[in-house]
Design a protein around this ligand. Sequence first.
Ligand SMILES: *Cc1c(COP(=O)(O)O)cnc(C)c1O
Length: 389
Amino acid sequence: MLNNNFAESHMRIPFLNFEAFHSPIREEMVEAFKKVYDSNWLILGNNLDQFERSYAKFNETRYAVGVSNGLDAIFLALKSLDIGPGDEVIVPSNTFIATALAVSYAGAKPVFVEPDLRTYNIDPLDLESAITPETKAVIPVHLYGQACNMELINEIALHYGIYVIEDNAQAHGAAFKSKPTGSWGEINATSFYPGKNLGALGDAGAVTTNNRILADRVRTLRSYGSRKKYIHEKLGYNKRMDEIQAALLNVKLRYLKTWTQQRQKIANWYIELLTGVGDLILPFVQPDATHVYHLFVIRTKHRDKLHEYLQKKGIGTLIHYPVPPHLQKAYKYLNIKQGQFPVAEQLSKEVLSLPVWPGMNENMVEQVSSEIKKAFNQWVSQKQKSFTA
Ligand SMILES: *Cc1c(COP(=O)(O)O)cnc(C)c1O
């Protein structure tokens, strides 16, 4: 039928569609919820224990400690290393603000370092030149899902005697030289915010480490500085992951590998279809790194126009991120001027994230790509017309 054909070839494609990958696991998720509900054990129980064991195994670290969210995971990692007032911590200039905020919450000073223009990950050479006697740690972010060059970063950190804390919020399942992200730093943080590659049905996060003492510190700090109920050794916090989220994450973790493969397949379709289109710059994956495509980010000088064009065509895209942390009002007190981090500022004007979610099929990727091609063709012919006129 004509109507159906029309619907088929012009579907709306949202930036993210939970339905597509949540509906096949609905029964299992509901069952997991029911079990917690019927157990009446809602905080610090078997589900969290199990998730911590499974996630540690998945991440190839000895320990994982479930916490309230990704921001708190970075914060608790910093606290476990006794990082605070007077200390500097290096973070990428083009990250999501949480990376820098965690440093501020700990009372330390975030020091921004520019990314490499090809990978968008922190530039190890710039990192080296930002290290001062006050520097205590660096937080590399595996941005958009691509692993940083952890070998080089660890080497530099070791040389200068600073800690590495990976922000693995966007890269569950990625690896550098076959070693998972989140297993390279002294203690690492991740987020299970619903939209991440592994997402809870609410807020959750974790730290991962091979260091028993640090894992134990985070365990204590996340729960009122207490190891034994009503006995408080430290001024702690309430930053726990609850049983329901842990139970749901236990189910979803089993699908993460499959979902990652789907994301990579979608990314490869995009790359095939979009290579050479307009002035587009497509993701570049550095040797030895894997990319789990939390986001599929393209770059173009016509970003705003393309964003608007696709929106009109019913295709959802987002900008990660439109304002870099150093230009946020919240960080005005750092007194960083516009132009001081030109790479991050350029990226904030050029990046656009296309839809990528498990369950997206080849037709959808083709539709997004063909709309992008049409947009560029239209603009080129408009330019030619105005030139000849
Ligand atoms: C999502 C995210 C965080 C924060 O995670 P929340 O769970 O939302 O607190 C931190 N860093 C990066 C790079 C992120 O993408």
